[in-house]
Design a protein around this ligand. Structure first.
Ligand code: MTE
Length: 317
């Protein structure tokens, strides 16, 4: 049976009309040259993206499923700082300046410190991890990421016994991201996300610096992002500048926006449908058909289900 081509419903469609219309007005005010993706920023902005990563180590966590093309993965993005339409980040993030870059790792840790990108690149062997990536909007892709377990970075700062959660924060700069305004994107900035400490320490939780054997392109979260493959894609925060170990559950962007739809855990689950998208099936890009069965924990249940033993995943979605 043919399934009708699903509409590309965007998170921003939850935005109240007044905000939506303000956004339209705001867009009309953006210089045409910016919207055309022209060089308004420094030419050095591109320095980071697209550099070859040598000696990638193969990972036992990789799937053998067919990978999406580089073009699929880099031209169908959610990165609201650079626009709410799927094709906008590829256009408007091109001049995003990601060098120099530091990530501050702080909070309930014995050794808080800032890491430069050079330090992050050398901290552990960089692996290629081919993961399924499933968005709550019901589309999915298979991506060869490059990176290593976040636990390698967290161990460096020695979390204290008070650390129970990890809070992440993205870069936010209206000069470089003129569309990153709540009244335009329908969410607050900076983009923030969080994991429980045991989730963050799970080997599958990837700190990613690249894809397809190269450093990350800006629209995919350069220079460093999270990839949490058993959770909906919005947990995989991009362009991270701060990681804070904290004692209680941190605020997360989409939960703050629409708490009845987006939970803190957001594990991929075909049996829980708090949001408007039917989660039973997914649309594996570039297909138009939502005919690919969704797997619990996005197929990573053998590795991660024990993290949620005894929890009611219908309530704690
Ligand atoms: N991180 C930031 N800073 N801003 C965002 O808008 N979108 C999230 C997540 N990380 C987002 C973000 C969502 S909704 C998804 S599905 C994934 O990034 C998309 O990652 P991709 O564009 O690399 O596929």
């Amino acid at each position: 049976m043919l399934i009708k081509k699903p509409e590309d419903i965007r998170y921003s469609e939850v935005t109240p009309k007044s905000i939506y219309w303000n956004r339209r007005k705001f867009l009309a005010g953006i210089p045409a040259a910016f919207l055309a993706g022209r060089e308004l920023l420094s030419p050095s902005a591109r320095a980071w993206a697209g550099t070859k990563l040598n000696n990638l180590v193969k990972s036992p966590f990789s799937t053998t499923e067919t990978q999406n093309t580089y073009n699929d993965v880099t031209h169908y993005n959610n990165f609201y700082e650079f626009g709410t339409q799927k094709d906008q980040p590829a256009k408007y993030a091109q001049n995003f300046k990601t060098d120099p870059w530091t990530v501050s790792v702080e909070g309930e840790v014995a050794k808080p410190r800032k890491f430069s990108m050079d330090e992050i690149l050398k901290l552990a062997p960089i692996e290629e991890r081919i993961y399924r990536h499933r968005c709550v909007e019901a589309w999915s892709i298979v991506v060869p990421w490059a990176g290593y377990s976040l636990s390698a970075l967290l161990k460096q700062v020695e979390p204290t016994s008070k650390a129970k959660y990890v809070a992440f924060e993205s870069y936010w700069d209206l000069k470089q991201m003129p569309m990153a305004r709540p009244e335009q994107a329908g969410i607050k900035f900076p983009y923030v996300e969080g994991l429980r400490l045991d989730e963050a320490m799970h080997p599958l939780a990837l700190l990613s610096v690249g894809m397809y054997g190269e450093t990350l392109p800006p629209q995919d979260g350069a220079p460093v992002r999270m990839v949490v493959p058993w959770k909906y894609g919005f947990k995989s925060i991009k362009s991270i500048v701060k990681i804070k170990l904290v004692a209680s559950e941190p605020s997360t962007t989409w939960k703050m926006s629409v708490p009845e739809w987006y939970g803190f855990y957001s594990n991929v689950n075909p049996n829980v449908n708090p949001v408007r998208w039917n989660q039973k099936m997914e649309r594996r890009l570039p297909s138009f058909f939502q005919n690919h069965p969704t797997q619990i924990f996005n197929g990573y249940g053998d590795q991660v289900a024990s993290l949620y033993a005894g929890m009611d995943l219908k309530k704690l979605y």
